[in-house]
Design a protein around this ligand. Sequence first.
Ligand SMILES: N[C@@H](CCC(=O)N[C@@H](CS)C(=O)NCC(=O)O)C(=O)O
Length: 217
Amino acid sequence: GRPTSIHTQRVLWALADADLPYELTLASATMGPQGHVSKGGTPFGVVNTPAYLAMNPNGTVPTIDDNGLVLWESNAILMWLALRHAPDLLSGDAQQLARAVQWMTWINGRVEPLLHTLVMELVRLPEDKRDPAKVEQARIEMLDALGMLEACLADRAHVAGNRFTIGDIPTGAAVYRWLVFDLERPSMPKIAAWQARLAEHKGFCLHVAPREFHLAG
Ligand SMILES: N[C@@H](CCC(=O)N[C@@H](CS)C(=O)NCC(=O)O)C(=O)O
């Protein structure tokens, strides 16, 4: 994967929190050390090699190989890491775990397309290719979606209940990226307090908090 990928960050966060050893291979068809290909940057590559495509035919990041178990889709990877190596992340409660999966699925379907528009239009595309109308539309839709999360956090410390679970990882990283962007937004105090709780996690501090992982492009 790559450190600027919001999906790779999920996996790195879980690995760091659980103190699991790993080796990261930098890989991407769109980003490299100098930024996005649309700005002339050279991508890390790897994802378009036959060996990588045999592991992940999508050619996307992240992919893991955990002692021979090859997996793609970051939420499935989080589930595996928790089941095998960090069961605390599953909360020990079936209802909470189901709610965690609900928020993990929601963030992918409802929030990530908006976040993708924002990162492309604010960071990655060359300035003459950007469209402020797309940013404004995504900003409005983000506020609508995040209103739901603010309401959810009114009576609980984390998205699935009072315990930190795998559900907080994809949602926490996505909302952090949104907060890094310099956009007009009303204050959402429950989300702010939840983000402060997430910032106590080693994985968040190492792999999500650095602003350059969101603004480098
Ligand atoms: N739903 C997939 C999404 C994977 C995905 O779209 N990854 C992006 C990076 S965040 C990617 O591979 N972009 C193209 C690239 O870097 O080559 C997951 O959660 O793992």
